[in-house]
Design a protein around this ligand. Structure first.
Ligand code: PMP
Length: 363
């Protein structure tokens, strides 16, 4: 028998068939506002702290598997202790591990689309059924009664605050009801919460609510998307469960060292976040002045905009103006929608000028 031509894909675990390598379709462009990164220049003191942390880190030794020094600094940030914090290779790893640990056949995940597409992808990989409770088509609000009904039989509910890509904040009362009226684990994904202003995080409720899990990341406000560091604030039982299933060295020594330096100096990033927030309002006002454009209020570092001929506009922005944004026009509920990351003042002006030109030409 000739074994050289055996079909490998047919041997894949059935739940994994059909998945393709992730391709965010980045193109080399002048202005990249497509991935909700922090595009502002780093304050010099932070950049220097990152360089010093890298220089001081030996590479020949394995990392601390649980990143305890970083856990401690994050715990201080949230007024809790190390036992309530677990660090991962980006929020993505933690999302995957949560589904790996708590999902599986017969243990549903409830989502509220349109939301972060990885929830459903990771659920599918972990053979976890997804029950979708779609958001309102007009204002993207969540139907509380439908959500509570779906959550009654679910293992896990995920809510995003602010939501990606719609930008709206979650009603904390809904989380309290989910915890009081259902038995599900409730994951609140706060990847963008630093842009929502003070007092919007639910991380402080974790101490009294063992089924509440709050996801945070250093990829957005902290400008460390390339470093891959996210974390959960959760009950020690959740932290231990994830500690047991994780890839033991997933957060490398450089990631731990630089993340620690940034978390310890978090006051230095605050003015950058303030500037992004004021730029968001300026971008939204600029968009509101363009013909045929609709936007939704955003508490994050991006704005969702409905524009005429969105896909063509997206393509022309990229090809004729070298501006890359994210095209959501093929996502159910987001017809003709583009998601625009808030950049620097200069980047936002390039985007606004380019959009104004294209919309005039397309009219
Ligand atoms: N949650 C949401 C809502 C996101 O948009 C993202 C990144 N796009 C993440 C989690 C994960 O981010 P990271 O893996 O970079 O921490």
């Amino acid at each position: 028998m000739d074994r050289r031509n055996l079909d490998v894909t047919a041997r894949l675990r059935p739940a994994l068939r059909g998945f393709e390598p992730y391709d965010p379709r980045f193109s080399p462009v002048r202005v990249n506002l497509s991935a909700n990164e922090n595009t502002h220049p780093l304050p010099a003191e932070l950049a220097e702290a990152a360089r010093a942390a890298v220089a001081a880190t030996p590479l020949n030794r394995y990392p601390d598997p649980m990143a305890n020094a970083l856990r401690d600094a994050l715990a201080v940030r949230h007024g809790t202790d190390r036992a309530h914090v677990i660090v991962g290779n980006g929020g993505d790893e933690l999302l995957f591990n949560l589904l790996f640990a708590f999902g599986g056949p017969g243990r549903a995940l409830v989502t509220c689309p349109p939301d972060f597409a990885e929830y459903a992808n990771f659920a599918a990989m972990c053979e976890t059924p997804v029950v979708a409770v779609p958001r309102d088509a007009e204002d993207f609000s969540v139907d509380a009664d439908a959500l509570l009904a779906a959550a009654a039989d679910a293992a896990l509910v995920v809510l995003t605050s602010p939501n990606n890509p719609t930008g709206d904040l979650l009603d904390p009362g809904l989380v309290r009801r989910l915890l009081a009226e259902t038995e599900a684990l409730v994951l609140v994904d706060e990847a963008y919460v630093e842009f929502a202003g003070e007092g919007k995080s639910l991380a402080g409720l974790v101490a009294e609510n063992p089924r509440l899990i709050v996801l945070r990341t250093l990829s957005k406000a902290f400008a460390l998307a390339g470093l891959r560091v996210g974390y959960l604030v959760a009950d020690p039982a959740v932290v231990d469960a994830l500690g047991a299933v994780r890839q033991i060295y997933s957060v490398d020594v450089l990631a731990q060292a630089v993340a620690l330096a940034f978390v310890e100096r978090r006051d230095l990033i605050a003015p950058v976040v303030d500037d992004i927030v004021s730029e968001r309002e300026r971008l939204a006002a600029g968009l509101a002045g363009l013909p045929g454009v609709r936007t939704w209020p955003s508490a994050a570092n991006f704005v969702l905009a409905r524009v005429p001929n969105a896909h063509r506009t997206w393509e022309r922005l990229r090809d004729e103006h070298s501006v890359l944004v994210r095209d959501f026009s093929a996502t159910p509920g987001l017809e003709n929608c583009l998601r625009l990351t808030v950049g620097t003042r200069e980047e936002n002006d390039v985007l606004l000028d380019a959009l104004a030109t294209l919309l005039r030409e397309e009219a």
